[in-house]
Design a protein around this ligand. Structure first.
Ligand code: PAF
Length: 282
């Protein structure tokens, strides 16, 4: 696997592959890779001839009191893991390469509406940072296909809107959420969980399934959300939200609509967990 840290090097390689008629698949990550990320690489491979992954812990998507400083950075094991998955290239830009004009006064990217709800309401500016770095990465790497996990459901929708509106020539492919055997969605942040918290964390997926089942029984949406919030609070979570939305994240009128998604964000100790479950209410 080749590694590139500058835009010029990355573009030269991509340019060559494109001239050779090859399709480029891209998996942007913040590193600390686990089986969920490697599944994205495998899915990218199914849609392309060459797969590029990037590792960049993006400062602009973290709030001032969030975990940018302590976000796990494990480049050596990440590189070995990607090489083992036959990833063709790794893009590892520095903060200066990504933000040559700094992170404050630089060009911004804002996707209105969808970024102000759910996680956007609890992490102001987060999705601006995500949209900003993903748009830069698309421009730097120039992929044909990019793969994002459904676990970050709102992020996936933000990136879809942005890609469509900006006419980025990139096809967005969504990958299913990978779970531990007890249902906990895989995430780099799971390693923040201390002692009993790891077991308690399984409440999130259980609650999502209970939300889906309650919708199937026709329980009013407000009651579904109240019951979910209570279940999480009783388990020890501070709940940011537990909501049922349509797949485009607008609010449904009834629990019996097609294409719904239950979404949870909740904090357990120092760990903020997010997860979701898509289902048909019909
Ligand atoms: O999902 C992530 O790991 C990040 O938000 C992303 C898409 C790589 C942007 O920094």
């Amino acid at each position: 696997m080749q590694s590139f840290s500058t835009i010029a090097q990355m573009r030269e390689q991509v340019g060559q592959w494109h001239r050779d008629g090859l399709r480029i698949g891209f998996v942007p990550t913040m590193g600390n890779l686990h089986a969920g990320h490697f599944a994205l690489v495998e899915l990218a491979r199914e849609h392309s001839d060459k797969v590029i992954a990037s590792i960049f812990v993006n400062p602009t998507q973290f709030g001032p009191n969030e975990d940018y400083g302590r976000y796990p950075r494990t480049p050596d094991t990440d590189i070995a893991g990607l090489a083992g998955k036959d990833c063709d290239a790794l893009f590892l830009p520095s903060v200066d390469e990504m933000y040559p004009f700094g992170t404050i006064g630089c060009v911004q990217m804002h996707v209105p509406g969808i970024t102000d709800i759910l996680c956007g309401a609890h992490r102001p500016g987060h999705f601006n940072g995500v949209a900003q770095v993903v748009s830069r990465l698309f421009n730097m790497v120039q992929p044909d296909v990019a793969v994002f996990g459904r676990k970050d459901y709102q992020q996936l929708q933000v990136i879809r809107y942005m890609t469509e509106e900006m006419s980025f020539p990139v096809r967005i492919v969504a990958a299913p959420t990978l779970r531990e055997t007890d249902g906990l969605a895989m995430s780099s942040r799971n390693q923040y969980l201390q002692g009993d918290e790891r077991q308690v964390a399984t409440t999130v997926y259980r609650t999502l399934r209970a939300m889906r089942d309650a919708a199937a029984q026709g329980t009013p949406l407000r009651d579904i959300e109240d019951q979910a919030t209570l279940a999480l609070q009783e388990a020890g979570f501070i709940v940011d939200y537990a909501e049922v939305r349509r797949s485009d994240l607008t609010r449904p009128k009834l629990p019996a609509e097609p294409g719904l998604v239950a979404l949870i964000a909740a904090r357990l100790g120092r760990t903020r967990l997010i997860d979701n479950l898509e289902f048909d209410g019909e």
